[in-house]
Each structure stands twice: as structure tokens, then as C-alpha cells.
Design a protein. Structure first.
Lengths: 444, 126
């Protein structure tokens, strides 16, 4: 899937203008030659050839500018390319006005060609840019027709009798009417095309962002699967190797090593089971639409979660401080999910607390929200990782081990469970050291 | 008969113990190391007939560094590398640590490992 950015799109369009200008130059040269040699029109073909050369110079200059900009590092590509487009359009308008001047002025219906540039500027530029270009076109055209009308500039006719009325440029009614209708229609046209162009551009931008996000997520998912498979296989390697040794040993005469081999296999098998359970659990939370809810006591669930892990906490001589607000104790929620929220947060707090650490759990009401805070006095988390620790895919980029040191996908699970109750969770480092997880739930 | 000495590296203590069990059960003398500097010290203190390196293709476990050290200090020692899976995606450059004499995928089957060791050691005798 190739993603084309907004800048690349503009560069492509700028080159598109250059390539179409070559065609316009050919048409202009052919028109001059045919007019003179085949149609026998009294045309100033040498002047038209000169204007074609001017267009060639403009085009070569535009090409050079585009090459220069796209190869130059450290410049704002989008703004620079827009500058080149403005440059091309201004040169085009001056040359179109000159061509018109030498081919009959307002008497020549060719003046409609201005419209093509107004449409192009509406597509490529901002609304203001398109209106500036349109106004410039109308000023140039106005300068031409009124200068010819007042005799400031000479009038050159195309001199094809009965096809074009050459006296039209001196007809004040015709000049004024044609010019005003053209100007009015031009602004309407530019307004409509810029509106459509803007809408298309913003959709295109959104699509580009979405495609980029899809690609990024796809990559993360692949890394995640790779990591997951490696994590499982790593434990399986121990179990498999141990079993291979044990099957070769004489079962009737177990050696002293056998006990340790069996123990490590059992421990590793438990790690695999827990890991797979977490993945299953996380996925099933995400997929479940209907959760069974009941009135639960936050205090009871917190105390229960602590008592389940009390042995681990005791080993490290960790103490708990509970500041539970009775008025927010009852909550209508899914019991299993809440049990898991506290199980993971308390387990993390114990894991990252040093010996004789303290874990503080607070429940309170603040700004019509139920706020639950769980703080430890561990090392905290680097600031740049704080937002990412809840991301299940984040582990794909993490080099930490699954076994004990890293957060695992426990926090992703907690985040999903909180989200299922329309709540939010964030983590902040405490100034005095350690981390606080803050859960905010809607007050019922 | 002189016992053949094998240098064993693994950063995972469970795996280190399992490999050591296989080797000692088969009559080899084993020196174990869990990081690159330990390996360097062991190489300077004693001579080994063979080296067994775990996770050579994962930079974070240090297996690749150990392999490079062995090849620098005692390039004649044959190396058996135990790898998780012969996958393409690895953070180790292709040429860096892909020159071990034998690669064995984990989980290691005790019999396969001893056969591989015997094969390399018999080559050494020749």
C-alpha cells in the first residue's frame, strides 16, 4: 500500500502543470503557423512564436525550481511548491493576456482560456490563493480591453472577415457587458471550485492519515505477534529441553537434577498459561458488547485483591495505606473486570516497589467523577513512556522481558476494563518518586 | 581418559541448567557463563574443545557478542548455537553471527545435542 502525502501530491500536480504547458506551447506554435500559412489570417505569427519561446523559458524555469525545491533539504516543501505554482500561474496569465492582445483582444473568444487557469488555481491553491489569481487575471484582462478601448494600447485584429467582428473592442456596451459578466462568472466559478476542491483535499488528507495509521498498526501487530510467539517459544524451549532430558533418564532412578528440571518446567508452563490467559482475556473484553453488571463494593474488591497478593507484599515488607471514601464505595459495574483492574494494578505496585515500600490506594469523588488512585514508591516510568504503557502493542517495541520485569499486557487489560465502564486511566510519576495510576469513572 | 571441556553460555538460568545436565550426563566437563565478560575470562583461563551458545541471534541476550568474542580469542573452537527459531526477522546483521558450525533449534532434544557435539569433536580429532 503506497501512501502519497499532501506534499507529494502538490509536487506531482506542479509537474503536471509543466507537462501540460509543453502541450500548450505546441498548440500555440501550431496555431501561429496554421493561421498564417493555411488559413491566411493576418496574424502576427512572429510575435506568437516569441510568446511560445517565453512560455518555454517559463516552463524550464519552473522545472528547475521544482527540481531545486524537491532536492533541497530543510525547507517547507508544501509552501515552496505553492510558490512555484503561483509563479507559473502568474507567468501564464501575463502570456495569455499578451497572446490575446496580439490576436484580437476582447473580440477574440479565446479569452475564455483564463477560466482554465482559474480552475487550476482553485484545485491547487488555497481559496485566498485562487481568488488572488482570479483577480490578477481579471485585472490583466481589464487592463487589456480598456486600454484598447481608450486607445492606450493598439488593437491587433485577427482579420478573419465575417467570423469575428473587429469593431467589438470599441463598442462600450459590448466591452462593459462582456467584461462584467466574465468577471462575475469567474468569481462564482472560483468560489464553487474552491469549495469542491477544499472538500476533496481535506478528504484526501484524512485518507492519507488513515492509510498511514493502518500501515503503522499493521506493522505493530506483526511485531506484536512475533514477540508473542517468541515469548511463548522461549518458555517452551525450557520445558521441551527439560522433558527431553527427563525422558532419557532412567525413571526408576531419578537423579538429583530431575526435581529442578521438573520444577522449572512447571514454572515455565504456568508463565505460558498466564500469558495466554491474559491475551484471551484482553481480546474477549474487547469483543464483548454485553457485560453483566451488578452493585459492587470498591472497598471489598480492593481489600480482596490485596489479601490475594499479601504474601508477595509481605516478602518485601510492603505496607498498604487505604483512604477509601464510603460515599463512593458502591458502584454498578462488572465485578470480574474490577477484580482484574485491582489485581493488575496492585500486583504491578508490589512488583515495582522496593523492600519496605508503601502502596497507597485512595477512592474519592472529584468534579462529579469517582477517582481511584493507586500509588507506589517504585522507580516510576520514563516520562516519554507514560502514555504508551497502556498500549498492548507497545511491548512489541519494548526490549524488556515478559517474565517479571516488564508491565506485560496487564495494563492494556486494565485500560480496556476501565474503558468498558466509560472511564479513563492515566499514569503520572510522583515528584517524590514512584508512580500513581489514576482512574476516573463517571458518577452514577 | 581426559574429559573434554565445553564452554556453555546461556543467559536464562533454567536453560543453562538443562544444557549443563545434558552435557554432564554425557561425561563432559562444563564451564558455564551467563554474560560475555565471564566467557572472556573463562577463555583466558582454560582451553575448550567446544562452545555451546544460546540465543546467538538475539542481540539482547548477548549470544552474538559471546560468539564474536570466541571467534576473536580462540577462533579454532567449534561453536554450536542454540536458536529459538530459524527465523528471518532478527536484529542481528546477517553476516555477524551466522557462522556457527551447527545450529540447533530449541527446544533441544538431548540426543540431538550430544550427537552434534560428538560429531564436531570427532572432526577435531581427525
Amino acid at each position: 500500500m503506497k501512501i502519497i502525502t499532501r506534499d507529494q501530491r502538490l509536487v506531482t500536480r506542479a509537474y503536471w502543470m509543466v507537462s501540460h504547458r509543453w502541450l500548450a506551447i505546441l498548440v500555440l506554435a501550431a496555431f501561429a503557423w496554421l493561421g498564417k500559412n493555411i488559413l491566411n489570417v493576418e496574424i502576427r505569427e512572429n510575435t506568437l512564436y516569441l510568446l511560445a519561446i517565453a512560455l518555454i523559458i517559463v516552463n524550464l524555469l519552473s522545472l528547475w525550481l521544482l527540481e531545486f525545491i524537491t532536492n533541497k533539504k530543510g525547507i517547507n516543501l508544501y509552501r515552496s511548491v505553492r510558490f512555484v505554482i503561483h509563479f507559473q500561474l502568474i507567468c501564464d496569465l501575463i502570456i495569455i493576456t499578451s497572446i490575446l492582445h496580439f490576436t484580437g483582444g476582447i473580440s477574440n473568444p479565446f479569452f475564455i482560456i483564463y477560466i482554465s487557469h482559474m480552475v487550476i488555481s482553485s484545485i491547487l491553491l488555497t481559496r485566498t490563493g485562487a481568488f488572488i489569481q482570479t483577480t490578477l487575471a481579471l485585472l490583466l484582462f481589464g487592463f487589456l480591453v480598456f486600454s484598447e478601448y481608450y486607445g492606450i494600447l493598439p488593437h491587433y485584429c485577427l482579420c478573419v472577415e465575417k467570423v469575428i467582428n473587429h469593431e467589438l473592442y470599441q463598442d462600450p456596451y459590448y466591452v462593459l457587458k462582456t467584461y462584467s459578466v466574465f468577471a462575475f462568472s469567474s468569481y462564482i466559478l472560483v468560489y464553487v471550485t474552491t469549495s469542491i476542491g477544499h472538500r476533496l483535499r481535506s478528504q484526501e488528507d484524512k485518507l492519507t492519515v488513515a492509510l498511514g495509521q493502518i500501515k503503522y498498526n499493521e506493522e505493530l501487530k506483526n511485531k506484536y505477534v512475533l514477540r508473542m510467539a517468541k515469548d511463548i517459544l522461549k518458555h517452551e524451549a525450557v520445558i521441551g529441553t527439560n522433558l527431553s532430558i527427563l525422558t532419557e533418564k532412567d525413571a526408576t532412578q531419578p537423579k538429583e537434577n530431575s526435581k529442578r528440571l521438573i520444577e522449572s518446567s512447571f514454572r515455565r508452563s504456568q508463565l505460558i498459561t498466564n500469558y495466554i490467559k491474559e491475551i484471551l482475556y484482553l481480546t474477549s473484553i474487547k469483543l464483548s458488547d454485553n457485560m453483566r453488571k451488578q452493585i459492587i463494593s470498591l472497598g471489598d474488591i480492593i481489600v480482596e485483591a490485596i489479601s490475594r497478593q499479601y504474601e508477595l507484599a509481605e516478602e518485601k515488607d510492603i505496607s498498604f495505606e487505604l483512604n477509601l471514601d464510603e460515599s463512593v464505595d458502591k458502584y454498578y459495574a462488572n465485578k470480574t473486570l474490577f477484580e482484574n483492574i485491582f489485581k493488575h494494578l496492585i500486583s504491578n505496585a508490589i512488583k515495582f516497589s522496593g523492600t519496605k515500600g508503601q502502596i497507597t490506594i485512595t477512592t474519592k469523588e472529584k468534579l462529579r467523577k469517582i477517582v481511584i488512585e493507586i500509588s507506589d514508591k517504585g522507580p516510576g516510568v520514563p516520562k516519554e513512556e507514560l502514555k504508551q504503557i497502556f498500549d498492548e502493542y507497545y511491548r512489541a517495541q519494548d526490549v524488556k522481558e515478559t517474565e517479571a520485569k516488564g508491565f506485560g499486557i496487564g495494563l492494556a487489560l486494565v485500560k480496556e476494563a476501565v474503558k468498558k465502564h466509560d472511564g479513563e486511566i492515566r499514569a503520572v510519576n510522583r515528584p517524590e518518586g514512584g508512580i500513581t495510576f489514576i482512574i476516573k469513572l463517571p458518577k452514577q | 581418559m581426559e574429559q573434554k571441556k565445553i564452554l556453555l553460555f546461556a543467559d536464562d538460568p533454567d536453560l543453562l541448567f538443562a544444557y549443563k545436565t545434558i552435557l554432564t550426563d554425557n561425561g563432559y566437563t562444563v564451564s558455564t557463563a551467563t554474560n560475555a565478560s565471564e566467557v572472556e575470562t573463562l577463555l583466558q583461563l582454560s582451553s575448550y574443545k567446544l562452545a555451546l551458545i544460546d540465543s546467538i541471534k538475539e542481540s539482547k541476550y548477548g549470544g552474538c557478542d559471546v560468539f564474536k568474542n570466541i571467534k576473536k580469542i580462540k577462533p579454532e573452537i567449534p561453536v554450536i548455537s542454540l536458536i529459538l527459531c530459524n527465523i528471518i526477522t532478527t536484529d542481528i546483521p546477517e553476516d555477524d553471527c551466522s557462522q556457527a558450525d551447527i545450529f540447533i533449534e530449541k527446544p533441544v532434544i538431548a540426543k540431538e545435542l550430544t550427537e552434534a557435539i560428538n560429531y564436531l569433536l570427532s572432526k577435531d580429532v581427525e
